[in-house]
Design a binder for this molecule. Structure first.
Ligand code: PSU
Ligand code: MN
Length: 321
């Protein structure tokens, strides 16, 4: 048996020893189950970016385009979400429409998954929850826009995304454009180090800042090709560090003007504080502020980011074959 299959199984056993399946196991889309059957390349995609990260109605078009890009490279997209109490790995078009359009879609992190399942409700999955489900399904490559991280003022609010702790315990390679500047980037980098999450820059030595190609922080490691990343993923299993995720930071090509970015961010943070936005509402609130204030510029950049990350993740999944 291949090592990755053993790892996926071990993870499933640990999980099932503690959690009693409530309503159903995972439901796979036709193309994902076909790919699993032959061990083909699969890329996991999160759904919170669709329901809570991108404005309606562009969200559905972007989600469809991302899946098409992955297919174009020769891999299979597996967008993950919970619909009416069922875990889906790979969404058929009606499911994708439901996530993009329905008003009752919750934002689920790992701790919410069992509750959503048991109560038969519907939720999009964050990076943390998506990576958790993808790992159970044996998928090891995941594309997203930006990771969650340590929020500004976290020394008082304690607001640190569960994305970080989740990724510190999963065999996953996550392609992202760094973390958004809405966060405390320096603190996030420190937490990634503490949590032993590997971090490489794709064709860069600088940590990307989502809307900006450079967040202002150096990266120790740079890679230049999908093959190089695949070699790192394989080396992880040799040294037993595969259960700490690998983050591939892929900077956006055409960034937002820095002054404009900083101004929108400052007004967004002030508005969020004034409106008393707290907890899991903070990230969607600030993203929405960027989208409405920049008159489409942040949406265009966000779209470019996720498309580029999907393409690179698909290349990595292929290189792992
Ligand atoms: N970054 C984006 N768009 C998003 C998110 C992050 O560019 O929609 C979402 C992801 O699903 C991520 C989540 O896992 O926000 C983090 O939320 P929180 O800060 O509440 O953990
Ligand atoms: Mn939070």
């Amino acid at each position: 048996m291949e090592l990755s299959a053993i790892n996926a199984r071990a993870y499933l056993l640990i999980t099932s020893a503690r959690v009693v399946p409530v309503k159903s196991a995972i439901t796979y889309s036709a193309e994902v189950s076909a790919a699993i059957a032959v061990g083909g390349p699969i890329v996991a995609l999160e759904s919170t970016i669709i329901s809570h990260g991108l404005p309606h109605p562009s969200n559905l078009a972007v989600a469809i385009e991302c899946e098409e890009i992955i297919r174009g490279v020769g891999a299979v997209p597996a967008t993950i979400a919970l619909l009416d109490g069922v875990i889906h790995v790979g969404l058929e078009s009606s499911h994708l429409e439901a996530i993009a359009n329905r008003k009752d879609i919750l934002k689920a992190s790992i701790r919410d998954l069992a509750i959503v399942l048991a109560q038969g409700t519907s939720a999009a999955t964050t990076v943390a929850a998506t990576a958790h489900i993808a790992a159970i399904a044996g998928i090891r490559v995941f594309a997203t826009g930006g990771l969650g991280g340590v929020h500004r003022g976290a020394n008082e609010s304690f607001d640190e995304s569960a994305d970080l702790t989740a990724l510190s315990g999963l065999d996953m390679t996550v392609v992202c454009a760094g973390v958004k500047s809405i966060l405390d980037v320096h603190a996030t980098l420190e937490r990634l180090e503490t949590l032993a999450i590997s971090l490489v820059g794709y064709q860069t030595h600088r940590f990307p800042g989502f809307y900006l190609t450079d967040s202002g922080f150096d990266l120790e490691h740079r890679v230049d090709s999908a093959d190089e990343i695949a070699a790192i993923i394989k080396a992880r299993t040799l040294i037993g560090t595969q259960f700490k995720s690998l983050i591939v930071a892929n900077p956006v090509k055409k960034e937002m003007a820095k002054a404009r970015h900083d101004q929108i961010l400052a007004t967004g943070l002030a508005k969020a504080a004034h409106d008393g936005i707290d907890g899991k509402a903070v990230t969607p609130y600030l993203l929405e502020h960027f989208h409405s204030t920049s008159h489409g510029e942040s949406l265009a950049i966000n779209t470019e980011i996720i498309k580029a990350n999907c393409a690179l993740a698909a290349e990595i999944a292929l290189a792992l074959q």
